[in-house]
Design a protein around this ligand. Structure first.
Ligand SMILES: CCCCCCCCCCCCCCCCCCCC(=O)SCCNC(=O)CCNC(=O)[C@H](O)C(C)(C)COP(=O)(O)OP(=O)(O)OC[C@H]1O[C@@H](n2cnc3c(N)ncnc32)[C@H](O)[C@@H]1OP(=O)(O)O
Ligand SMILES: Cc1cc2nc3c(=O)[nH]c(=O)nc-3n(C[C@H](O)[C@H](O)[C@H](O)COP(=O)(O)OP(=O)(O)OC[C@H]3O[C@@H](n4cnc5c(N)ncnc54)[C@H](O)[C@@H]3O)c2cc1C
Length: 556
């Protein structure tokens, strides 16, 4: 995050000064924004940067215990520099959060500089090798030119020039949220690879006396656990491509001072980061549990994969908060649509009258047709967004202010943002396959994946579709069965579909997911290499167990 922030927030002179140092690994930096007392509420950050026109320096301080920077990756022991987000004060006025480059450690002996107290925050659930750290600043001075001034400036005499948009400071977070969508796709693909390869190797239970134990991948329940997640990994792959394309297009516009789509990008990246990381987080656990006891071993790769992925639901914007950000934008779009404004591409459906298109229970609807089902996802999303938006309006009519009305409707707003994200993902998956240049055989297999993703997505949220009369109960049951009917067809190509992710064994880090399927021999080898097995009799025997046993044997 250090380098992307410099690339996006530096003037050209600052880029020339700082970026070569980064690219040549002459300095190592972190992104120090979160504090002990604030991670979500950025306007509440307490670190201060007061401008001193006499010396043309900023004086940085951590004025309270809650203002100590806390969590930034590699801050504890590694980073020589940080981008520090602090409240800017100049000529007696506060201008809000701005980014500053701060050197933390000497480039000679790596010791912390004067006014810098820095260290590791201690052991975490995962990310063991990462020294997430703390930073306490005490009257630490930096040159005026260390404030990143692409969008806002402080002149030598302390005059402040404000940015075209205050939220441009938040740009790096948007970029990383887009990367996290990609990260979700990768993590779910890894977990699917491990679970499906192992399920093809593992044989368990005797269905009928004398019959060989079947591969657990042959059980419909095992297929129902794993194949929708495999399909989701493929869906997220295509979604992250689409998300990155939108990010790149909007970022190019921003670089040309066109800020018209910044809100749409923020809303979409927030919703997709939250949706994909939540779904992946839950999916990793399903994959682990589908591997039985060996899934719980470190050898499976699942404990580390989960412990390292699960903070994706928290960092870079806590998921609930991001869903609310997305929903806030959707509510604004409903208002704009009602006042006749044209809506941007990813939300234009909110101005369509989808309610008349479909009503549950109509006979003869082709429930296996993906284009038709995507139109139902659209109707569900539109209904949920309009419902939540109407709740906000009713709150205001009842005398609440906008903040109060939004807060009061927030549970429904999160549901609406989820439905919106889900519609975007399902639509993107189906549309991406149409554009894919592939053999008819491959198209057929991918269509099976898209179908099970779309069917299972409805099955798992059938309440939404039934409550709004988008589907009848019997139609929902039919779609649920369509998903189950697809499972044996996907079984034929399941191992090939995870092999297609092409994770090398060294990357997958899983004995269960080894490409050669030689699990048991390598599990035994792995166990023998366990530190506890360095000696037949562990040294602790002589200190604890031995004396205890001998003492009790003497009583016999
Ligand atoms: C290139 C090939 C790569 C291959 C990649 C392979 C895989 C990648 C693997 C994964 C990589 C990722 C690894 C991750 C490592 C990251 C580690 C974690 C780092 C961190 O956690 S950094 C800290 C993150 N912190 C946050 O995200 C804080 C969240 N809080 C906020 O953003 C704001 O406080 C919040 C919640 C938005 C509230 O803002 P606030 O101003 O207080 O209040 P409002 O809600 O009223 O917003 C005002 C206004 O601003 C708009 N807004 C807010 N944010 C943005 C934004 N980012 N962009 C644009 N606009 C924004 C908001 O919509 C409001 O607008 P209105 O018009 O409605 O007024
Ligand atoms: C592994 C890891 C790495 C990190 N790396 C970095 C880094 O490199 N740099 C950095 O600056 N930070 C980093 N962070 C910090 C991270 O960005 C914050 O933890 C994150 O933004 C969440 O903020 P918080 O911890 O204050 O959670 P909180 O906001 O306190 O969340 C707690 C609960 O409050 C709820 N909540 C908060 N606000 C609202 C609201 N308005 N409406 C409804 N509910 C709300 C949330 O939904 C959540 O359930 C990292 C964190 C982790 C775990």
């Amino acid at each position: 995050m250090f380098i992307p922030t410099l690339e996006r927030q530096c003037t050209s002179e600052q880029r020339e000064k700082f970026l070569p140092l980064c690219y040549d690994y002459r300095i190592i930096g972190t992104y120090a924004q979160t504090e002990l007392g604030h991670g979500t509420f950025l306007r509440g950050l307490e670190t201060t940067a007061h401008y001193d026109p006499n010396t043309q320096e900023f004086i940085l301080n951590s004025p309270t215990i809650s203002s100590i920077k806390w969590w930034p990756g590699a801050l504890g022991k590694t980073s020589t520099h940080a981008v520090v987000l602090a409240q800017l004060y100049t000529l007696g006025k506060c201008h809000g959060i701005h980014p500053f480059v701060v050197q933390l450690r000497s480039l000679d002996d790596h010791k912390p500089l004067r006014g810098i107290t820095v260290g590791d925050i201690g052991p975490k659930m995962g990310f063991g090798p990462n020294d997430n750290g703390y930073l306490k600043l005490h009257k630490h001075r930096i040159p005026r030119t260390n404030m990143l001034m692409k969008y806002s400036q402080v002149s030598p005499d302390g005059t402040y020039t404000k940015p075209p948009r205050s939220t441009l400071t938040y740009g790096t977070m948007t970029f990383v949220r887009v990367l996290i969508v990609h990260g979700s796709a990768i993590a779910l693909a890894k977990a699917s690879t491990i679970a499906i390869r192992y399920s093809a190797v593992r044989r368990q239970s005797e269905l009928r006396p004398g019959e060989p134990e079947p591969q657990i991948l042959s059980y419909p329940t095992q297929q129902h656990k794993l194949f929708p997640l495999l399909a989701t990994a493929y869906a997220f792959h295509f979604v992250q491509l689409a998300m990155m394309k939108i990010y790149t297009d909007v970022n190019d516009q921003i670089n040309n001072s066109n800020f018209s789509r910044i809100q749409e990008l923020h809303a979409l990246s927030s919703g997709l980061k939250a949706f994909t990381s939540w779904v992946t987080n839950a999916g990793l656990e399903v994959c682990r549990m589908s591997c039985g006891g060996h899934g719980y071993s470190q050898a499976s790769g699942f404990p580390r994969l989960y412990a390292d992925f699960t903070p994706s639901c928290t960092y870079e914007g806590e998921n609930t908060v991001l869903m609310l950000q997305s929903a806030r934008y959707l509510v604004k779009c409903v208002r704009d649509a009602r006042s006749g404004k044209t809506l941007p591409g990813t939300v234009s459906y909110l101005s369509e009258d989808v309610s008349a298109v479909h009503s549950g229970g109509s006979s003869g609807r082709d429930l296996s047709n993906l284009d038709f089902l995507i139109s139902l996802y659209k109707q569900r999303a539109s209904n949920q967004v309009h419902f939540a938006s109407d709740k906000v309006d009713r709150g205001i009519s009842a005398g609440m202010d906008l903040v109060g009305a939004l807060n009061s409707a927030s549970v429904h707003l999160v549901s609406a943002a989820k439905a919106h994200s889900h519609y975007f993902i399902a639509k993107t998956f189906v549309e991406s396959l149409k554009l894919l240049k592939a053999s008819s055989e491959l198209q057929n297999v991918l269509h099976q994946l898209a179908s099970v993703y779309v069917f299972e997505g409805i099955a798992q949220s059938s309440g939404d579709f039934i409550e709004d009369y988008i589907l009848s109960g019997s139609e929902a049951k039919t779609i649920r069965q369509l998903a189950v009917d697809l499972l044996p067809l996907i079984r034929v190509n399941a191992v090939s579909l995870v092999d297609a992710f092409s994770f090398r064994d060294e990357v997958l880090q899983s004995v269960l997911g080894r490409y050669d399927g030689n699990v048991y021999e390598n599990l035994f080898k792995w166990a023998q290499n366990s530190p506890l097995n360095k000696t037949d009799v562990h040294p602790s025997y002589h200190k604890y167990l031995g004396p205890l046993l001998k003492r009790n044997q003497s009583k016999l």
